[in-house]
Design a protein around this ligand. Sequence first.
Ligand SMILES: *Cc1c(COP(=O)(O)O)cnc(C)c1O
Length: 372
Amino acid sequence: MIASFPHAETVIDLGAVRHNVSLLAAKAAGAEVMGVVKGDAYGHGAVPVARAAAEAGATWLGTCSLQEAFDLRAAGLTGRLFSWLDVPEVDFAPGIEADIDLGVSSVSELARIAEAAVRVGKPARVHLKIDTGLSRNGCPPADWPQLVEAAARARNVEVVAVWSHLARADEPGHESIDAQAKLFAEAYDTARAAGLDPMRHLANSAATLTRPDLHFDVVRPGIAMYGLNPVPTEDDLRPAMSFRSSVVLTKRVAAGESVSYGHTWTAPQDTTLALVPAGYADGVPRSLSGQMDVLLGGQRRPVAGRICMDQLVVDCGDDAVRVGDEVVLFGNGRSGEPTAREWADKLGTIDYEIVTSMYRPRVRRRYVGEQV
Ligand SMILES: *Cc1c(COP(=O)(O)O)cnc(C)c1O
């Protein structure tokens, strides 16, 4: 149950998502776009983002688990869905019934999918994954011929694609990218030699933006759809998420008075403080205490003292700030507010983790830019 008067909210601009998907589709002209919406669309909300991506031309949607894919089907998304990582106990039959394409990394997984397809009475659509060097899931090259042979023989299995995932695409020019591409080409040739005629997909956001030679039939951008660019290109990606709250109390304190737990900050002169009802229970990392700004009244202002569970305090000097004034904790940066990237840099992580961890029961998620 979300309170009708939320203390903080993430605002998701679906117009930005559509813009980004169109840009990626233009970059990858000739390939189809699979919008990756795992992790609740990187914290942006899977169903609304999936709809926006489809409106902007994404003909595929990618999820981690079958459950994520079911949620999209249940919400009326009728395009192609691809799901690639499930626990061994999962029954693939409902996935096959729901027309969800399945990633396959091993002969035993293929056997379980084929068995489910027999029960359903309908062929399973599978994408065989070759591990070209990321060493997570995917079939090791040594076992690949066996997997391909088994897939070519299996009844009730339709091999739709051969695919893989890059380890260092966000380091354009890194030799591992070409090394992975070479193994990928060999794996594809092996599949062809076994009589299969699969599509190919390899590119994440970084490779979609920097490696047109690796676009193949489908590209799989995630983070770039949300407007965050993993590579230093000049593409006009627009961050879709902003994180907002508002001032609930202001007060003057005298020089020498200290603020928040531990009294880590002391007013150097008389100043106005603004209280913001958002803290680490709302996704403001406590470790940003002492190194974080917000946008308030058109200006960046420092957070004073420790970030608490439910609140933080902003030092506003002698400026007129009022109860109800909007506070932007991060956004697209165009008005001078911090960005998710700025938080990530300070925290020693990546912006992926910042936005993905923004889904909190206490934080309202609000959508703007819906297509009318
Ligand atoms: C997450 C993921 C992507 C998208 O990666 P980005 O770097 O966000 O573009 C693509 N493919 C697979 C298999 C993934 O797990």
